[in-house]
Write a protein that binds this ligand. Structure first.
Ligand code: ZN
Length: 231
């Protein structure tokens, strides 16, 4: 009696296991797991035009051009190039409005939190923040790329972009630098902040506004990004 009961029990367990196996095979055939089935088709980049709204950033001494409007122009030009090469692009701002809440008591903090929120939500492969530099001395010039201390992928991206700018763009610096910026510190993603040139240098102030220079600069920046990805 005891032997029979155990035999029945064994048979039942065997039958259940067979059923589970059959269901598994069926589900595997008809509902294949899609994650990892195909590689991510394109890279996603967040392009961050610095400043905006009431915060115009640096101002050109001769022409009065604001950093915020140039940052936007460069960001839109970079966006076009990235899209032409199949990148998925997300902009933190696409007009001259500020990113801060109009009700925020600390507008700078509100604006930076909004930028972080966009990066976190997008979860991109890289972040490129666009700025124009300024200095007390009008002789300072040249593009400089920054990365967050300790962010290895950010450092590799920064050096790749800096090297390509150095090779292609007059006055661009040779070596990327560590920069203590919120937009770089707020994420683990490979991030760089590009100071495209100095608005306090009279020659660069004019050069930085030329359409051809903007497009060439953004193309050379983008080529540095491609080199980082191993293209
Ligand atoms: Zn700036």
């Amino acid at each position: 009696m005891k032997t029979t009961f155990l035999t029945i029990k064994k048979n039942s367990i065997f039958a259940v296991l067979l059923c589970i196996l059959a269901i598994g095979v069926f589900c595997g055939a008809y509902f294949p797991i899609k994650a990892n089935a195909t590689p991510k088709p394109v890279h996603t980049i967040v392009i961050d035009a610095g400043h905006g709204g009431k915060d115009g950033g640096a101002v050109g001494r001769t022409t009065g051009v604001t950093e915020s409007e140039l940052n936007l122009k460069y960001s839109l030009a970079l966006k076009n190039i990235c899209q032409q090469y199949g990148f998925n692009v997300v902009l933190t701002r696409s007009d001259m409005n500020g990113l801060y809440s109009p009700f925020a008591s600390n507008k700078k903090r509100s604006e930076m939190e909004k930028r972080k929120e966009i990066i976190d939500k997008t979860n991109p492969d890289l972040v490129v923040s666009i700025h124009m530099n300024s200095f007390t001395s009008s002789s300072a010039k040249g593009a400089q790329v920054f990365y967050a201390d300790g962010n290895e992928s950010g450092q590799a991206l920064a050096q790749s972009v800096q090297t390509n700018l150095f090779k292609t763009t007059e006055n661009a610096r040779k070596t990327a630098k560590v920069g203590d910026y919120y937009i770089l510190n707020c994420t683990k993603v490979a991030g760089i902040l590009v100071e495209c040139g100095y608005l306090t240098n009279p020659d660069e102030e004019v050069l930085l506004q030329q359409e051809k220079y903007i497009n060439d600069f953004c193309y050379n920046l983008f080529c540095g990004v491609l080199l980082y990805f191993g293209f």
